[in-house]
Design a protein around this ligand. Structure first.
Ligand code: BGC
Length: 756
């Protein structure tokens, strides 16, 4: 798409006519109702674990205020499909009767069926990133869409595209790691999986996506959730925007906004980012929804508005189409006043409502406001489970394997220890049956914890569980019980190998904030005490973000970072430990070694300064525990013969690089072939490396394959401080595995955004 402006969707003329017809018949109140989203809890209460509607509340919301969207699970706790059939069925019945327009119901089905019981739970997106296989992202999303539609719900707040630049942040496991290309490719594959390939007609097995959180949410200067970010013009356009741009091109139907601010401006108040970049420059015809209560936050937290009315004026004029209020109908009254006072133009209201209606038409909700469970026989099936298990196997990263201690020998006596050893909550992380994931063990009886999976794989008689450190069941993620390290140490006497499962308990958003990036003291003490026994230790990391382990990592013979692999993560780990699965995942982010050395792989070259002499004698070399893209296999791959199909290029050209990849070991394995570039001299300090393409290939023992990766010349461009794409003349170093090749750009080109 070099040089051309969109429109992003092949919008259907018949549908547009229907939208206009519907819009013409609507009163201002009805239009504002369509722009309002409320939480299900506003409509009733729970009685003995079942949601009960209250008639007066239903009347107020649908008959009086004509509200067009409801979200969340009551509680919020996962419900059965039968209950969803009733809840959403009742809402649709009322919506059609009182408004004549279907409701759009939204759920955070963030790694599978978060809020519907008995469905398929996939690894979290951070694991999907570690697979480096976009086809898996698409498959997982396809299944999640099917199962969500099977639960009567047509809309999810996924995928998350926040490039994870700061390991302290509590949400880095929700998106696809630190690199913008990985987020763009995984995210757009997920959009295709959720929505199918025709965004104008998603059909009955697909759901609408909400790509989030647009944008720059993951750069909080404090490291804490929903706090301000300060981002350069270049990084904003080149790195933060790019995954959203590609997902919009893939057809994303809706977008959710970053709750916080960038360079002092709350994104919900930023007309440039919402209206100019998305709707005008990209010609995008999708719908923008706020995050939770974020119009209110403009006056309660951000203080850019004096009161709610002013906050609404700012946000709607900036380009917000739907407000996730989620409790207050005052939004409707105040927005009506603003329109009547001429402070929000009617044209803005009509634009917003068209976008909401378009979403509902695209989903076919006017014709079929509800779905029938019987049409979805594969819900929670073995077929879907097999994909989730495969995704988990492909996502667990082998980081260290001294003396080939892994795979473990048959009959080996295992001491399984650590707080993550016997918990489904830990394997799943947040957005699992509840927001914080804290009740997951109540819903997951049929799945295997690491302990259960190891017993199945190695024989219960060979596995002793003595955890030494445990979390407080269903407690806050930081809460640990009084440790019993001595018991674990005593149990080690009878073991051949210690498998220590450490990391974090589940959390989500602000409750997941932290004050120390190091792994908990108890857990580090446990590993140190076990190390003193002299028994070999396999360290299993099960965590939503990289907790520092520099003091215990040297004590481990092997390390596997399983991240948050979901309900089949224990089984996947057992398969890897036994050698039935050969690990192939790679780190989706830089794993830091020290608390004051936090960086990403694409740092600017001058961050790494060699020792200087004289008065300015200092050493700025950053040390990391494991770099982005790192991960081992049980076999060994060798790279040779990297060639380029051209050594000189200019904008508009394509470049194909080919390399020989050999499996030198004695078992089949998969390798992620990554192509990195470095701009040797540029008018902005160049980055150390940038990932430009990748592919995952499987090779039999002894097999050699020539692997080719093609990029566009424009992929090597950067965004200059004036916000323009720039491809500069000069040398670029291309690196694939151990191989390096030089290519030369012969002409400088600068062009307007957003096109790459
Ligand atoms: C989160 C979003 C989520 C929304 C709706 C917010 O608190 O930031 O990611 O989609 O709630 O549940």
């Amino acid at each position: 798409m070099v040089g051309s402006l969109l429109p992003t969707h092949a919008t259907d003329a018949k549908m547009e006519k229907a939208i206009e017809r519907t819009l013409r018949k609507m009163t201002l109140e009805e239009k504002i109702g369509q722009m309002t989203e409320l939480c299900i809890d506003v409509l009733g209460h729970d009685e003995n674990g079942k949601f009960v509607f209250e008639e007066d509340k239903l009347h107020k919301v649908f008959a009086q205020y004509k509200v067009g969207s409801i979200l969340n699970a009551p509680g919020p706790v996962a419900r059965s499909r039968e209950e969803w059939k009733e809840i959403i069925g009742r809402i649709q019945e009322l919506s059609m009767r009182e408004i004549g327009i279907p409701c759009i119901y939204g759920l955070d089905q963030n790694h599978g069926t978060t809020y519907t019981t008995g469905g398929t739970m996939f690894p979290q997106n951070i694991n999907v990133a570690a697979t480096f296989d976009p086809a898996l992202a698409e498959q997982a999303a396809t299944i999640t869409a099917y199962e969500t539609r099977a639960s009567n719900c047509p809309w999810t707040y996924s995928p998350t595209l926040d490039i994870t630049r700061d390991p302290r942040w509590s949400r880095i496991w929700e998106s696809y790691g630190e690199d913008c290309l990985v987020n763009a490719l995984m995210g757009s594959a997920a959009v295709r999986g959720f929505q199918g390939t025709n965004p104008d007609d998603m059909g009955k097995t697909r759901i609408a996506t909400s790509i989030k959180h647009y944008m720059g949410y993951s750069f909080p200067r404090t490291g804490k959730d929903r706090t301000p970010a300060y981002i350069t013009v270049s990084d904003l356009r080149e790195k933060c925007f790019e995954p959203f741009r590609q997902c919009v091109e893939a057809g994303a139907a809706t977008l959710m906004v970053n709750s916080a601010s960038i360079n002092g401006v709350p994104v919900h108040a930023n007309r440039e980012l919402l209206t100019v970049w998305l709707k005008e420059q990209m010609g995008w015809d999708g719908m923008i929804v706020t995050d939770w209560s974020d119009i209110n936050n403009l006056y309660t937290r951000e203080h850019v508005a004096a009161d709610k009315k002013e906050a609404i004026e700012i946000a709607i004029n900036a380009g917000i189409d739907m407000s996730m209020e989620p409790y207050d109908l005052g939004f409707c009254d105040l927005l009506k006043e603003l329109v009547n006072e001429g402070r929000v133009p009617m044209s803005r209201i009509d634009d917003a409502v068209r976008r909401v209606l378009r979403l509902k038409y695209r989903l076919g909700l006017f014709e079929h406001p509800t779905t029938d469970m019987a049409d979805y026989p594969l819900y929670g099936s073995q077929q879907h489970a097999a994909v989730a298990l495969h995704a988990a196997e492909e996502s667990e990263v082998l980081l260290k394997n001294t003396d080939g201690i892994l795979p473990l020998k048959k009959g080996v006596k295992i001491l399984l220890t650590g707080p993550n050893a016997n918990s489904m909550r830990c394997l799943n992380g947040g957005w699992s049956y509840t927001w914080q994931g804290h009740l997951a063990d109540r819903f997951t009886e049929q799945y295997n914890t690491i302990y259960e999976a190891l017993c199945n794989k190695f024989g219960a008689a060979n596995v002793t569980l003595e955890q030494g450190v445990t979390y407080v069941a269903e407690g806050a993620y930081t809460e640990e019980n009084a440790p019993q390290i001595d018991r674990a140490v005593a149990a080690a006497a009878a073991a051949d190998v210690i498998i220590a499962c450490v990391g974090e308990n589940s959390y989500c958003e602000t409750p997941g904030n932290l004050s120390d990036l190091a792994l908990s003291q108890n857990q580090r003490d446990l590993v140190k005490a076990l190390s003193a026994t002299g028994k070999p230790i396999v360290l299993v990391l099960n965590e939503g973000r990289p907790r520092l382990i520099n003091d215990i990592e040297p004590m481990a013979k092997a390390v596997i970072d399983i991240l948050l692999p979901g309900n089949y993560g224990g089984d996947a780990l057992a398969n890897i430990l036994a050698g039935d699965t050969n690990p192939s995942a790679k780190m989706p982010y830089t794993y830091p070694r020290n608390s004051a050395e936090l960086t990403t792989y694409d740092y600017r070259t001058s961050e790494e300064v060699d020792r200087m002499e004289g008065a300015y004698d200092y050493d700025a070399v950053v040390s990391v525990q494991w770099p982005f893209g790192y991960g081992l296999s049980y076999t060994k791959f060798a790279y040779s013969n990297l060639t380029a199909d051209r050594t000189e290029f200019k904008n508009g050209d394509q470049l194909t690089f080919s390399v020989d990849l050999k499996n030198e070991g004695d078992r089949a394995g998969k390798e992620v072939v990554m192509l990195f570039s470095r701009d040797m001299v540029a008018s902005m300090v160049p980055e150390n490396r940038r990932l430009r393409a990748f592919t995952k290939v499987e090779l039999q023992p002894g097999e050699t394959r020539r692997v080719s990766l093609t990029i566009k010349a424009s992929d090597l461009a950067f965004v200059n401080p004036q916000g323009k794409w720039t491809l500069e003349k000069g040398d670029f170093r291309i690196q694939v595995g151990s191989q390096v090749a030089m290519v030369r750009c012969t002409e400088t080109n600068v062009w307007e955004t957003p096109n790459k």
